[in-house]
Write a protein that binds this ligand. Structure first.
Ligand SMILES: N[C@@H](CCC(=O)N[C@@H](CS)C(=O)NCC(=O)O)C(=O)O
Length: 244
């Protein structure tokens, strides 16, 4: 694959949004520099020079190779993981991030447009802000995603950005439920895990199993590290107030 310009990825170990970009870069066999931003103590230069919103992931693209802490003004600065996925699909058309057929491309984008918001909302409601009924918000998101999946295969049949957008969050959700980690009362996570593994969600479970086996997902995923990182995340701690 021909690499046109330097890529620097600003990331953080366990972000599902950053993980999307890692998978896409792996899929494109792109060469890139990775720089970890400490989200608990963000360096001031990050918002000034890379992403004014201050979130990860973000990339710089092009310009001369520089220290990640002092990126070239000539490089493009791109944030928002879904925009970065689209950018990488354009930059590396041979990587198969989006199919070549325009209808299939539209289907991949429609899958993401329909599922991204509800899945993140379900995640936030159940794990970070638990209140009565949050389990239903998450289950509804599961139901909706399952309803959009074809009988077999990936989100639009063949592997695409639609899976890269969805898999990091789904896999993390299943893992957190299994370990009963989140703001909810003890035992509620395992209850949802059992529902997810049961017959009602057989298709969704098979999909999560399949995405987890996809080579570029596997090569960018470390389950043990993810668990360790979640254990330190104040948003998940039952008896802690999230940072302001
Ligand atoms: N919509 C953004 C979401 C990015 C996001 O929320 N990143 C989190 C980490 S998972 C972050 O940087 N949080 C730090 C903060 O908000 O200050 C994307 O898709 O890139």
């Amino acid at each position: 694959m021909v690499q046109k310009g330097q890529i620097t990825l600003y990331n953080n170990g366990n972000s599902p949004f950053g993980h999307r970009v890692e998978i896409a870069l792996a899929q494109a066999k792109a060469e890139y520099t990775s720089y970890i931003i400490n989200l608990a103590d963000k360096p001031a230069w990050y918002a000034e020079k890379v992403n004014p919103v201050g979130k990860i992931p973000a990339i710089t693209y092009g310009g001369p190779k520089c220290s990640p802490e002092d990126p070239s003004p000539e490089s493009a600065k791109i944030n928002e993981s879904l925009v970065i996925l689209e950018f990488l699909a354009d930059l590396f058309p041979e990587a198969g991030l989006l199919p070549s057929d325009p209808v299939a491309r539209a289907q991949a984008r429609l899958f993401v447009a329909a599922t991204d918001g509800p899945l993140f909302e379900g995640f936030r409601a159940f794990f970070f802000q638990y209140a009565e009924g949050s389990d239903q918000t998450l289950l509804k998101a599961f139901q909706m995603i399952q309803g959009r999946l074809p009988p077999t295969g990936f989100a639009i049949g063949e592997w695409s950005n639609a899976d890269i957008a969805t898999a990091p969050m789904l896999v993390r959700i299943r893992l957190l439920l299994k370990h009963d980690m989140g703001k909810y009362p003890v035992g509620e996570g395992v209850k949802l895990f059992e529902i997810l593994q049961g017959p009602k969600f057989a298709r969704l479970t098979k999909y999560i199993d399949d995405v987890q086996q996809w080579p570029t997902f596997k090569s960018t995923w470390d389950e043990a590290k993810s668990i360790e990182s979640w254990k330190k995340n104040p948003y998940l701690m039952r008896n802690a107030q999230p940072p302001q």
